[in-house]
Design a binder for this molecule. Structure first.
Ligand code: SAM
Length: 345
């Protein structure tokens, strides 16, 4: 595999920083490396649709990511689909770990996974240069977990994956849980205990209208306030300061100082004003917002023979057009054409 060559200093000299028209600096790139998934989480997928979009070759992802990095991206998160299904994921991470920002710094490399294949891959990924991993997990009760993932015996497998990631030093380890009212909101207190017992940062995420089916309604969203109130009834919480302006999660510690939880509230307390993200889909399209109605075919231009300079100009122009905010819950809201699993969460 050949890493993208990065004439980063020349790029900086000829391009302004990667900023959108609202002055937000974009430094975080999420790259889906497959839209295949080995789970069929009931709130995400209908159970019928499989992969829908092609994947690029690893060299092509590297070339495209290299262009973003030359323009100011400092953090890359691999996602999917399920990124650990992608053949060559460890080698891809190793190549990314060799990239440098225009300032000569290594990238912050993260990965979001359902954890099913993590037990054996955590060590090799860490060795390859991965810094952080986020594991998605929507119940701490094995029966509820299997009902959600629609995969038998998935809970102990993911638990072993989480423990392997922690042992490999992929810390602080985050565990993300999407909450749906009447469905898995009975897991909230269990997750709070899990955060303390397993030494992981559990982050609850409000459910967004990004599912393959039609499940979303304002009533099904369990809001930040509700979660805090519920945990606070049995375990006092203290709000912790944000580490950076673009941090998506509101952070809370437990009264006795042991453990941390976070709440990501894109619906009830949208954080679009501080958004620093842009996405690349598995088939090489730029999405400037999860809820974008249009995609920008970066890979199509690469295939048509565009050179690095032309592609950089296209990226800069595309990011200039990043949406001000999403419109979840507003009259006339339109779901994007792709669901979460096909965008890359
Ligand atoms: N397979 C990987 C995983 O499970 O983490 C990466 C892809 S998955 C689509 C990324 C994250 O998106 C998961 O945490 C999942 O729970 C979350 N997600 C899926 N649909 C969502 C929705 N409608 N609203 C909020 N989060 C969602």
């Amino acid at each position: 595999m050949v890493a993208a060559s990065l004439p980063v200093s020349t790029a900086l000299a000829t391009h302004p920083p990667l900023t959108d028209s609202y002055g937000r600096v974009i430094h975080d790139l999420r790259v889906s490396i497959t839209d295949r998934c080995n789970y069929k989480c009931v709130y995400c997928r209908t159970g019928e649709a499989g992969a829908q979009y092609p994947e690029l070759k690893s060299d092509e992802y590297l070339r495209l990511i290299g262009l973003f990095v030359s323009l100011g991206i400092t953090k890359v998160r691999l996602t999917g689909g399920e990124p650990l299904l992608r053949r060559g994921v460890v080698e891809l991470v190793a190549e990314l770990a060799r990239m440098r920002t225009p300032e000569g710094e290594p990238l912050v490399l993260a990965l979001t996974t359902n954890g099913h294949l993590l037990e054996s891959l955590a060590g090799p990924l860490k060795q390859a240069g991965l810094n952080r991993v986020t594991v998605s997990m929507d119940a701490v009760d094995a029966v509820a977990f299997e009902r959600i993932t629609r995969v038998n015996d998935s809970f102990p497998v993911v638990l072993r994956g989480i423990r392997a990631a922690r042992a490999a030093g992929l810390t602080p380890l985050k565990v993300n849980c999407v909450l749906l009212r009447g469905f898995n909101d009975d897991q909230i207190e269990g997750f709070a205990r899990f955060a303390r017992e397993e030494d992981v940062v559990v982050r609850f995420i409000e459910f967004m209208p990004l599912e393959e089916g039609r499940l979303w309604s304002p009533e099904i969203v369990v809001t930040l306030k509700e979660i805090i109130d519920r945990i606070g009834r049995t375990m006092p919480l203290v709000e912790l300061p944000a580490r950076e302006a673009s941090e998506t999660a509101r952070r809370y510690g437990f009264g006795d100082g042991v453990g941390e939880i976070g709440i990501i509230a894109p619906v009830s307390q949208a954080f679009c004003g501080a958004c620093s993200r842009v996405r690349l889909t598995s088939d090489g399209k730029i999405r400037t917002c999860l809820f974008s109605q249009v995609e920008h075919d970066l890979y199509g231009r690469l295939r048509a023979g565009a050179g690095d300079e032309e592609l950089r100009t296209y990226i800069v122009r595309t990011i200039q057009g990043k949406e001000a905010r999403h419109h979840i819950g507003e009259p006339g809201f339109l779901k994007p054409s792709r669901s979460m699993v096909h965008i890359g969460g």
